[in-house]
Design a protein. Structure first.
Length: 194
């Protein structure tokens, strides 16, 4: 089974990064549905290291201002929701629930470099699932890497010990993008068939 043309359009071909947001809220129920889709995406060893902080109130989004690059301030502060896509460096503490393989937790606990690499890689993967799941639910998506991760961690994640990876603003676009889609590399430019 595969997606029909409309599904492929929704996720990829006609999906665009919004330039402005409508004043329409994203419900808590939609955010729960979103996570319920994201959590089903595969990660290595089912490690599931991603953690998501949904900033829904104007006050909490305003707390991001100082951490954002100038070009992202208006786009983020006007979005109904901005998600901090983070990962838990101690993700392996949950492996007893997520993966029954004996000794797996101690394998990661004994190698900080391996644990961090695994958490970052798989947390990023789960952030990609978030983008696609949001589009599948009819949300528009603005991924953002122009921000100070340490400032975000100090302001929002210090109590959990999570590490910030990137931000994703969610909502409903206010009109079509003003500019055409930016170019993408062709198959021959980006791929090898070996």
């Amino acid at each position: 089974m595969s997606l029909d043309e409309a599904g492929l359009d929704l996720l990829f071909r006609t999906a665009r990064t919004p330039q402005a947001w409508r004043d329409a809220p994203v419900s808590d129920d939609t955010l729960r549905q979103l996570y319920d889709l994201v959590r089903l995406g595969p990660t290595s060893g089912n490690c599931s290291p991603a953690r998501f902080v949904f900033l829904r109130t104007e006050d909490n989004r305003e707390r991001l201002r100082a951490a954002l690059s100038d070009g992202n301030v208006d786009k983020v502060l006007s979005a109904p929701v901005t998600v901090i896509v983070a990962h838990d460096p101690l993700f392996f503490d949950r492996l007893g629930v997520l993966n029954p393989e004996p000794g797996l937790r101690s394998w990661f606990a004994a190698d900080v470099g391996l644990a961090e690499e695994t958490a970052f890689r798989n947390g990023t993967l789960q952030g990609g699932y978030l983008i696609l799941a949001a589009r599948a639910l009819g949300l528009d998506v603005l991924p953002i890497s122009g921000f100070d991760a340490y400032a975000v961690e100090d302001s929002f994640l210090a109590g959990q010990g999570w590490r910030a990876n990137f931000l994703v603003s969610l909502g409903y676009a206010d009109g079509p993008p003003a500019l055409p889609r930016a170019p993408r590399l062709t198959f021959d430019e980006a791929c090898l068939l070996l």
